[in-house]
Design a protein around this ligand. Structure first.
Ligand SMILES: Cc1ncc(COP(=O)(O)O)c(C=O)c1O
Length: 442
């Protein structure tokens, strides 16, 4: 446990970091990897000479591979292709076979790293698929080790626990233990833009519109793992790729803690929470999941940071700036699912817009564009009186307020004609190709 001095300046209360790179595989995942294997052995599921197959972003693989070396098992890991090459090399170095799968496919797509792991488990005799997402041994490892360590290291004074949420093990196992000791403890989960957790916690809705590719590794999900126990997490904060990367570099340079990207995300979210909520006697502990060596080609590479617009002054600005320039004169035009197609066309004509979200209550459930409507009317002129719900396209994606223009423009394509952004007051705004072009030529 390390006290954060410089990065937490100006915050009331104590801010401490639980630095997980001191584990033998340099990440928090060693704890649950060992536990999953030992529990599988105890249950008779893993026998001598067996094979361990897992979908992993690297750190769980490392923990499993080290355990497998010690105990004489084979390892095969499936990994999404957005992961650092370093992580893949490290796993191969400790004897594991690594299969790289595409990131941008649905979890139930046969090519996804979840599906490939399941398939191999079925095909290879004497193999186990620990499935870190749903395996209770994951959260249990943190309940039995991380939680008690933090409790003892703070002499029971911890009042706030902050951790990124991927499989949910390190947040929920630890928080469940800490809340047993002190039911008043507040657990803040860190989520990322592009992931479903925050919205699910706040509304109970699993909203596919929240899902889009993001760069940060290890946390945020497009599924609801069983290890995420939403009851023990009091609230979620979303952090952008950029804010996480910059905060990780601050931990290295200002605190001497050479940590991974998600550690930066945890710090950024924790400070955002702390500045408004932490009081003088409060003690906040932030879990820093892994070590910086795994991100040498990304967060700790200045060229890579510049290429992603994370270092230099923003050349063209962000969604936030596009919206600010509208000076509040941009109330979002919408139609409801039951509006007629004729009505949608009339609004778009009158207001001179090419696309609109379709809403049902406060939810975005679809979208319409003039191009698609014209095409449909040419085929069938009678559809004007039909409900928009019958012909609408998929909903527009919701992106982070601080998304840079290069990120926004990379997300606009043939099937995504416009994006939605929520401001701090949760009001939604639309961003179109036209907005981006205008911002770039200002
Ligand atoms: C770098 C990194 N950060 C954060 C997490 C999230 O931890 P958990 O799966 O316990 O929610 C992981 C898990 O893979 C990780 O590898």
């Amino acid at each position: 446990m390390v006290r954060l001095n410089k990065v937490a300046k100006g915050i009331s209360g104590s801010v401490l970091a639980k630095v997980e790179y001191f584990n033998p595989g340099n990440s928090t995942k060693d704890r649950m990897a060992l536990k999953m294997i030992e529990d599988a052995e105890k249950a008779g599921l893993l026998k001598p000479g067996g094979t361990i197959i897992e979908g992993t972003s690297g750190n769980t693989g490392m923990g499993l591979a080290l355990t497998a070396v010690a105990k004489g098992y084979k390892c095969i890991f499936t990994m999404a292709d957005k992961q650092s090459q370093e992580k893949i090399n490290i796993l191969r170095a400790v004897g594991a076979e690594v299969i790289v799968c595409p990131t941008n496919v649905e979890p139930d797509d046969p090519r996804s790293y979840y599906s490939v792991a399941r398939k191999l488990n079925k095909e290879i005799p004497n193999s186990i698929y620990p499935n870190q997402y749903d395996n209770p041994s994951n959260a249990k490892a943190h309940f039995e080790t991380t939680g008690p360590e933090i409790w003892n290291q703070t002499a029971g004074k911890i009042t706030h626990y902050v951790a990124t949420v991927g499989t949910g093990g390190s947040m929920c196992g630890t928080a469940r233990y800490l809340k047993q000791q002190n039911p008043e403890l507040i657990a803040v989960g860190i989520d990322t833009y592009g992931s479903v957790f925050k919205k699910y916690k706040e509304t109970g809705i699993f909203d596919k519109n929240e899902i889009y590719p993001y760069l940060t590794e290890g946390f945020g999900e497009d599924i609801l793992p069983q290890n995420v126990n939403f009851e023990v997490i009091d609230q979620f904060i979303k952090v952008t790729d950029k804010d996480g990367a910059i905060a990780a570099r601050r931990l290295a340079r200002e605190e001497g803690l050479f940590v991974g990207w998600s550690s930066g995300s945890a710090l950024h979210g924790a400070l955002e929470y702390a500045k408004d909520n932490l009081k003088k006697d409060d003690v906040m502990v932030i879990l820093l999941p892994d070590h910086g060596t795994r991100y040498l080609n990304k967060v700790y590479n200045d060229m890579w940071m510049k290429d992603h617009g994370f270092l230099e002054e923003r050349a063209y600005g962000t969604a936030r700036e596009i919206i600010a320039r509208r000076n509040g004169k941009d109330s979002l035009l919408t139609v409801t699912k039951s509006s007629t197609i004729g009505e949608a066309i009339r609004i778009m004509n009158q207001e001179g817009v090419d696309q609109m979200p379709v809403v049902e209550g406060s939810e975005f459930v679809g979208s319409v564009t003039t191009a698609a409507l014209v095409e449909k009317i040419i085929h069938d002129p009678t559809i004007k009186n039909k409900a928009v719900a019958e012909i609408m396209d998929k909903p527009m994606q919701v992106v982070a307020l601080d998304s840079t223009l290069d990120v926004l423009s990379s997300m606009l394509n043939k099937s995504n004609k416009a994006l939605l952004v929520r401001d701090e007051q949760e009001n939604a705004h639309i961003i179109t190709q036209h907005d981006i072009l205008k911002a770039m030529t200002m």
